[in-house]
Design a protein around this ligand. Sequence first.
Ligand SMILES: Nc1ncnc2c1ncn2[C@@H]1O[C@H](COP(=O)(O)OP(=O)(O)OP(=O)(O)O)[C@@H](O)[C@H]1O
Ligand SMILES: [Mg+2]
Length: 319
Amino acid sequence: MPVEELMWVEKYRPHKIEDVMNQTEVKERLTPLLEKPKEMPHLLFAGPPGSGKTTLAQIVAETLLGDLKNDYTLSLNASDERGIDTVRERVKVFASYSDRREGVPFRLVILDEADEMTRDAQTALRRIMEESSRFTRFILICNYSSSIIEPIQSRCAIFRFQRVDAERVTSYLKKIAKAEGVKVTEKVLEAIYEATGGDMRQAINLLQASSTGDEVTLERVQAVTGATVKARASEIIKLALDGDFNAARIKLVELTRVYGIPETDFLRFANETVVSSGGERMAQAVKIVAEYDYRLLMGASPEIQLTAMLAELAALKDK
Ligand SMILES: Nc1ncnc2c1ncn2[C@@H]1O[C@H](COP(=O)(O)OP(=O)(O)OP(=O)(O)O)[C@@H](O)[C@H]1O
Ligand SMILES: [Mg+2]
């Protein structure tokens, strides 16, 4: 079975603009542009993970280029090398070809995760965009438009994507569950939304990961999210023990605010990670975790306390 069939996120990826959930404003502005492709500007898609940016870029390519999509589209994402050399070579060479078949409005370059590109690469890209604009259009995709250099932003029509709301996520999941012949309850759907906060990719993945045979139970969902929370908590503690306080702190905020995991759970996983790390500082680290467990029990502010705990764990490294 091809990967597209195995992964529900691929299997149920929308292929028509009207099947993309939410993003009403984006769709309203994009539709007329697709009707007059010759006048279409470069596009910049910005927004949170799993909100449909890559999906919509693919739909644009399919709509404008049809069967010739593969011949006239160059897609690069973060897993491809995208330093300045690649931009100069691959993108420039592709973008500067002027040959096109009849009916093909332009060549299309899709740069996913464009905010991962260095400034130098972005500067080179800007020049290529200028030079090739007669035959080539760009779709740049990023989480934050502010990480794209101003001269590129000003050459693009910017589309801002939003997290998908609870109702749309649940109705989409219901549709998938039905098609796959698995039973879900409202409670299960709620729990999945709670755990994934409007990230459609994560929501679909969680549904798939939690379905055993022909049903999805609440216990399964909790077990699966518990496992991922545990992995994330353990990553944070490892970063702290490696002395990287800042990275650990940022991930902690993400975990508690975005995923809303209880602090006491975090401490439990922290303790397990510290013990299994088995390093020389294990005993000291365990004491630190215990001390903060106590402080939280006494009602101190969790975020401040857990941040301070990471600072203390990180400081062990230099002792
Ligand atoms: N608005 C949406 N409507 C329907 N399905 C969606 C939507 N957004 C995402 N999905 C589902 O989630 C999967 C991932 O979406 P997509 O790759 O478009 O996200 P993205 O916005 O590019 O995220 P990232 O920033 O992480 O790359 C799709 O295959 C699709 O199944
Ligand atoms: Mg994407």
